[in-house]
Design a protein around this ligand. Structure first.
Ligand SMILES: Nc1ncnc2c1ncn2[C@@H]1O[C@H](COP(=O)(O)OP(=O)(O)OP(=O)(O)O)[C@@H](O)[C@H]1O
Ligand SMILES: [Mg+2]
Length: 426
């Protein structure tokens, strides 16, 4: 790898993202009676994922696209990392901001590598540096560079296209990522994997991410903060997922949460938050009898076979071990695996279909970390509920509606801002 390559990961304490301040912004589309965004001041903290949710047409996409000025605000300022970017050259601004849309928005006539390397190329990186960066990012999104770099988008699955879209957005290492319903077009299982992967990636890159979704469960799973909008980008609640579930600000928010708020709490705790069980590991080619002895000594029932990069390949019982001489090179396609950033809800799903009643947990680059079982999950849920109830709201970012007070001329009684305003002004 060339030493000029921008690193994918920063040291774990470091935040690579920049704060975004949407400052008293209004958007009026020509010919529309009401502004699409009636006036909003929203602080997006550096290095956090902020989810925008709300009914169709409430102004989520408009708000998002005003950040990179694909849509120009009618009023107000956009401040990025302390710099007012409201009037800077839009193309230059967009090179600093990664943008991901549904189905990845890849150019069909370009290879994966060319798609990912587009912004670095515009920024004048040399060929080798771009090639290194492409491979590094393909690795990050778990696509083998040798297999995928020269493919065209139509030769990828929907989920793979979406991951390449994320890689492309990250290519020039921008401090900010904007994502507009990126996982809306894939099936539920792929969506869950993409969500887990985004969480993984974010744990490495720590960008500031603004993410629009229709799916409240997705908002709860991915968000550090959630903004619930009603029409005109009116902020009904801006809070942590925990507090939105525990204390919805209004019936409108409640209706958005839908049924099963209790179950959704399960999606708030992550595998990372619980203590995993150890496991005995072996490698293909190891002697089965020796391995069985190790399993017995550890008083375990299973051994996990990992490859040379510590990725789980098989999960063998004592009985299976006793029937073979040498552990074979084989990958069990049905291994129950969850990422360490997956929610306990996802972990539970995986465990319930596994014959072991447990799941293997993997971390960065699919390395094996340990084993999780149902009992661990139950203990953790109780603890997580108690923690949410005791949480304080001192660190809340700013989120208020400004336009309906000062900038928008509306007929009396149409401000529609009764439910949220008292809550918002904290
Ligand atoms: N180019 C445009 N010209 C006129 N009106 C527009 C334009 N784009 C969006 N709007 C209107 O602005 C409002 C907000 O649209 P926006 O796309 O931001 O909604 P959204 O919350 O992203 O909705 P969805 O969930 O359906 O994607 C809608 O009423 C929409 O009809
Ligand atoms: Mg939209």
């Amino acid at each position: 790898m060339s030493n000029t390559t921008v690193p994918v990961s920063d040291s774990s304490a470091e935040v690579a993202g920049a704060e975004i301040m949407i400052d008293q912004v209004v958007k009026r589309y020509p010919g529309q009676a009401k502004p699409a965004v009636e006036g909003i001041t929203l602080q997006i903290p550096a290095g956090k994922i902020v989810m925008l949710v709300g009914p169709s047409g409430c102004g989520k996409t408009t708000t998002l696209k005003m950040i990179n000025r694909l849509i120009e605000p009618s009023e107000g300022r956009i401040v990025l990392g302390g710099e007012d970017v409201t009037n800077m050259n839009g193309d230059e601004l967009r090179r600093r901001i990664g943008y991901v849309i549904q189905a990845g928005g890849l150019f069909p006539h370009m290879t994966v590598a060319t798609n990912i390397g587009m912004v670095p190329k515009m920024l004048g990186w040399d060929k080798q540096r771009i090639a290194d960066r492409v491979d590094e990012l393909l690795d990050l999104i778990s696509l083998d560079p040798a297999v995928y770099r020269d493919r065209y988008p139509k030769e990828l699955s929907g989920g793979q296209q979406q991951r390449v879209g994320v890689a492309r957005a990250l290519a020039a290492n921008p401090p900010v990522l904007l994502m507009d319903e990126p996982f809306g077009a894939v099936d539920p299982i792929t969506r869950q994997r993409l969500q887990d992967e985004l969480i993984h990636i974010q744990s490495e890159v720590k960008k500031t991410i603004v993410f629009v979704t229709h799916d409240f469960d997705e908002a709860v799973k991915l968000g550090d903060w959630i903004v619930v909008f009603s029409e005109g980008a009116e902020i009904v609640q801006y809070d942590t997922p925990e507090r939105i579930l525990a204390e919805p600000a209004s019936e409108f928010v409640e209706s958005f949460i839908g049924s099963g708020a209790g179950l959704k709490q399960l999606t708030l705790a992550r595998v990372d938050d619980v203590e995993l069980h150890d496991c005995v590991r072996a490698r293909p080619g190891d002697n089965a009898k020796d391995t069985l002895r190790l399993v017995e000594e550890a008083r375990h029932e299973h051994v996990v076979v990992v490859d040379d990069r510590d990725r789980p390949r098989q999960w063998l019982t004592r009985r299976q071990l006793s029937r073979i001489n040498v552990i074979e090179e084989h990958t069990d396609p049905k291994l129950p695996i969850v990422g360490n950033r997956a929610t306990l809800n996802d972990a539970l799903d995986t465990m319930l279909v596994s014959s072991a009643g447990a799941a293997l947990v993997t971390g960065n680059r699919d390395k094996l970390l340990g084993v999780i079982d149902v009992e661990t999950v139950m203990t953790a849920i109780t603890a997580a509920r108690e923690a949410a109830a005791n949480a304080s709201d001192e660190d809340s970012p700013i989120g208020i509606n400004t336009g309906s007070i000062a900038t928008v001329d509306e007929p009396a009684g149409q401000s529609g801002n009764e439910t949220g305003s008292a809550e918002e002004l904290r």
